[in-house]
Write a protein that binds this ligand. Structure first.
Ligand code: M6R
Length: 593
């Protein structure tokens, strides 16, 4: 879950390395470093902290045309200077940056110990660089050393490797972590993400799993694990899809929440064309045939799955919803004709990828819903649907969540040709605009009231409960306030014991069928001293409610009301002075299990 960049043949590549790494900070940001090769020596500058901090340690100009860089999200070893990348081999001849996790690094470490290698760090990466060095010293050829290492290493890796004996090449190696080469006129780039290279090129070569090779100023060589040369041509990508710009906003999260209404327009325009649903016919018939829809996802995408599960019940189908990290170790396919939906904004979440492998092995039909065209999940999918939400940079997922729910609403209704869903979604856009333009001050006011509080509860029933789960995740993720969501009816079975005088409880009241019950829960927590904030639908509202939302169909609660929850989390984090887009300990793409 780290980001890597490299440049060869690029005179003074400082700007690319720093700007490229900044674009990769969504993959991790607890430490960073650069290795450069000049005068037969590898110079490494690295430290704990952000890319901005790293930039202050670097020389004005890089006296080299060959450099590699890294931004880290710690997996093995604390996020400190010693464990940060690049790492260097025992002889100081080879240096490496790594994204991924080497599962058998302890075995490899013991193997290397027997060859007189000692280790200065707690990382799996230091093991890799020394393994490559051992094989290089045995046969004097880097490509052979990579091939031999690939046969031994288990796990995920995207690697850039430099060697003082070959100042004209960056060696590369990949398995289960993305690695792309950027083809440019006078030099060659490499990175975990095309987005880091868009200033220089729109043509990219994507490495497949278990491929390795070397890049030079004007040449790319790629081989498969059997040592056979693989011919790959650079393909053009649409730079607009890759660009990431704040457009004057102070944070990506605020920009992305504000984009939600456009995201809904976009999704409607993709999946409802000329007054007809626009989906692959085979996908629809496979789904119609299924008697159980199995959802597998993580985090926010899991919350969207909870909503989606209920959407398919309209057709007398059952739904089973699982956390990917749980299902992967206890795979089960309930139903006689199961159909699986995997949801992942990034399309690179390791837990979900693990599940997809199992599903493909069992040949169960499945659909991937992702925001990332070209992602691993999409590439290995039987069917896929894109969210068209535009790139989401903030670690807190907002617009992608709304897109996931909106798409699930459209897809589920497409099974029965129920076109009302489109009108309903347009109605949600009005409500989203209302929250954005009329309720922001009120939301800021609530944020001020809860920002210094230790614990917050969210309550809801039915669709509002799913909304509450997502609202609560968002708050804890970026404000570090302990927050929990409960189904209204459950609080009296335990959690109500935690209510103390003045404790904020945020309650969603948008479903006419359960208003009476949730209002009862409001009274129960109030009676124990809670400070309640109620978000109610107009026709169900009371004068004492905190925020009143215009009318909309309850099944779209997560589309219409989620901007409230997102703005609230945003302002609490902002008022506490935290890094809204890059909360501590997290990363945008969770590419390790
Ligand atoms: O890319 P994915 O949708 O697979 O990511 C899943 C979770 O890691 C993600 O939703 C996470 O919970 C978000 N940071 C929540 O805002």
């Amino acid at each position: 879950m780290c980001g890597i960049v490299g440049a060869v043949g690029f005179i003074n590549p400082k700007e690319y390395i720093i700007e490229g790494l900044k674009k990769l900070e969504y993959r991790g940001y607890d430490s960073a470093g650069v290795a450069m090769l000049s005068d037969n020596t590898i110079k490494i500058i690295k430290d704990k902290g952000t890319i901005d901090h790293l930039a202050t340690l670097l020389p004005e100009c890089f006296d080299t045309d060959l450099a590699i860089g890294h931004t880290r999200w710690a997996t093995h070893g604390a996020p400190n200077k010693t464990n940060s990348h690049p790492h260097i081999s025992k002889s100081k001849k080879i240096s490496i940056v790594h994204n991924g996790v080497i599962e058998n690094y302890l075995d490899v470490k013991s193997f290397l110990n027997k060859h007189n290698y000692d280790f200065a760090t707690s990382t799996d990466t230091e093991v890799v660089v020394n393994l490559i060095e051992l094989f290089y010293e045995q046969n004097g050829d880097m490509l052979t050393a990579l091939q031999k290492s690939m046969r031994i290493l288990k796990g995920s890796y995207a690697l850039c490797i430099i060697n003082v004996d070959d100042p004209n090449s960056i060696y590369i190696m990949k398995n289960c972590s993305p690695l792309l080469i950027g083809a440019c006129e006078d030099f060659t780039l490499v990175s975990s993400d095309a987005g880091a290279m868009t200033k220089y090129t729109d043509r990219f070569i994507e490495l497949s799993d278990l491929e390795y090779g070397k890049i030079q100023k004007d040449k790319v060589e790629i081989y498969n694990i059997n040592g056979q040369r693989v011919d790959k041509v650079a393909t053009k990508k649409n730079l607009e899809d890759l660009e990431i710009d704040l457009n004057g906003y102070p944070h990506y999260m605020l920009k992305e929440i504000d984009e939600i209404e456009n995201v809904i327009h976009k999704i409607i325009s993709q999946y409802y064309v000329d007054d007809e649903f626009n989906f692959d016919k085979d996908l629809l018939s496979d789904m119609r045939r299924a008697d159980n829809i199995i959802f597998i996802a993580c985090g926010t995408s899991y919350h969207a799955s909870l909503v989606g599960g209920r959407y398919f019940e309209v057709y007398n189908k059952s739904a089973s919803i699982y956390f990917a990290s749980e299902w992967a170790f206890h795979p089960t396919f309930p139903g006689n004709k199961p159909f699986v939906i995997l949801i992942s904004q990034s399309g690179e979440t390791a837990d979900v990828i693990h599940c997809q492998k199992i599903i493909n092995e069992h040949k169960i039909p499945h659909l991937v819903i992702t925001n990332t065209d070209g992602s691993t999940l999409q590439r290995n999918a039987m069917y896929y649907l894109l969210l068209y939400a535009g790139r989401e940079i903030s670690v807190a997922s907002t617009k992608a969540y709304v897109a996931q729910v909106a798409l699930l609403a459209i897809l589920s209704r497409a099974l029965g040709d129920i076109k009302q869903v489109i009108t309903d979604l347009y109605k949600c856009i009005d409500i989203i605009r209302d929250i954005r333009y009329h309720w922001q001050d009120k939301i800021k006011d609530i944020a001020m009231q809860i920002k210094d509080i230790k614990d917050v509860f969210y309550l809801g029933r039915g669709y509002d409960y799913f909304m509450a789960l997502e609202a609560s995740l968002k708050l804890k993720e970026i404000s570090y306030i302990h927050s929990e969501a409960f189904a209204g009816g459950e609080i009296k079975h335990g959690p109500i014991a935690l209510i103390e005088q003045g404790m904020p409880v945020i309650i969603f009241i948008t479903d006419p069928e359960i208003t009476h019950s949730i209002r009862g829960n409001v009274e129960e927590v109030k009676a124990r001293g809670a400070k309640t904030f109620t978000i109610a639908r107009d026709s169900l509202s009371r004068e004492t409610d905190t925020i009143i939302i215009q009318e909309y169909p309850s099944y779209l609660s997560s589309v219409a009301v989620s901007p409230f929850a997102f703005y609230l989390a945003y302002y609490v984090s902002l008022f506490k002075g935290y890094n809204v887009d890059k909360p501590r300990n997290l990363a945008k793409s969770v590419t390790v299990e």
